[in-house]
Design a protein around this ligand. Structure first.
Ligand code: AMP
Length: 304
């Protein structure tokens, strides 16, 4: 099933207690693309400026990340600068420079319009809607958002909710959007406004899928070394959607497997800065870690 993502393509400067990077590859579409490409080719919609390193485009093309739908505009690429606290739980945005993103008006090439699976990465919901309008007949649409849009574009977000299958947000975003501190009630509130499913990401505590059939929980993979949490949510979405695209199976059982692949790609993402870890590992390592989730949560109920 053809898979499409729209999102930011960024040059990130990130500081964590363990080191820092400057102008490293980042943005929601990039983290998503790298994670999803382990499973299935991905078509990317976004914009880059004339300072974007061209060799990165070749590297991505070689992995099955199709960047032919990415607009090349005159000016600076989107830049984001952030700094994490000692426990990596909080981050401060030090600088956001929109650059060519400011005037971005997504136009999908014909080859992209037949996408069946769509991920609307965290960007202005008006742009997310414009992309969705250009896809002929998607089977499954997932969407991310953030506090900035929940505050700034609430009406557009409500319109968008009616047209998506799953909203993927973190717990703070679910609380803010619904006005309810309880994530399960928040998920109900969201589902009453459109999406059949809600995935709530809880960082190092895992992620929950809530739909008509109930609640499914996947833990985060227990890592001793976490370097940089940037992009973990997008990498989760990439593993989740990539698995669905590869299998073409949107059944309940397969959505649960997709959650495990999402948690797996999220865990690889945070082991290094930027997309470095994705450039080191292969499909075999990804699959092995995904399998090991079974041991993490399996127990027998004999003697209960
Ligand atoms: P996450 O850790 O999932 O929030 O994703 C981090 C990525 O989002 C970074 O690579 C940033 O370049 C990108 N990002 C940060 N702020 C924005 C924004 N306002 N719009 C779009 N992308 C952003």
């Amino acid at each position: 099933m053809k898979l499409l993502v729209v999102g930011s393509i960024a040059l990130d400067s990130v500081e964590t207690p363990f080191g820092s990077t400057s102008d490293a590859l980042g943005g929601s579409a990039i983290f998503f693309g790298y994670a999803a490409a382990f499973f299935h080719p991905v078509q990317v919609v976004g914009v880059i400026g004339d300072d974007f390193p061209k060799e990165e485009l070749d590297r991505m093309a070689a992995r099955g990340i199709d960047m032919t739908g990415v607009e090349h505009a005159a000016g600076e690429s989107f830049r984001w600068k952030g700094k994490y606290s000692y426990d990596l739980q909080n981050r401060e945005t030090l600088d956001t420079r929109l650059g060519v993103f400011a005037d971005f008006d997504p136009k999908l090439p014909d080859a992209y319009r037949q996408a069946k699976l769509v991920f609307l990465g965290n960007i202005d919901p008006r742009l997310q809607l414009r992309v969705l309008d250009q896809v002929d007949k998607p089977d499954f649409v997932a969407c991310d958002t953030m506090n900035y849009w929940i505050e700034g574009q609430p009406d557009t977000l409500m319109q968008l909710l009616k047209r998506i299958d799953v909203l993927m947000v973190n717990d703070a975003e679910a609380r803010q959007l619904s006005g309810d501190w309880n994530i399960y009630r928040a998920a109900r509130w969201i589902r009453e406004r459109g999406p059949k499913m809600v995935i709530i990401k809880q960082g190092e505590y895992g992620a929950v899928l809530i739909d008509d059939s109930g609640i499914f929980y996947v833990p985060a993979f227990p890592l001793e070394d976490v370097y940089d949490p940037t992009g973990a949510g997008d990498a989760f979405a990439g593993g989740f959607m990539g698995h669905l695209a590869r299998t073409g199976d949107l059944s309940q059982a397969n959505l649960r497997r997709a959650m495990v692949f999402g948690s797996t790609t999220g865990s690889f993402c945070v082991e290094r800065f930027s997309v470095q870890r994705f450039q080191e590992v292969g499909v075999a390592e990804i699959t092995a870690r995904a399998r090991s989730f079974g041991d993490l949560v399996h127990f027998d109920t004999d003697g209960f």
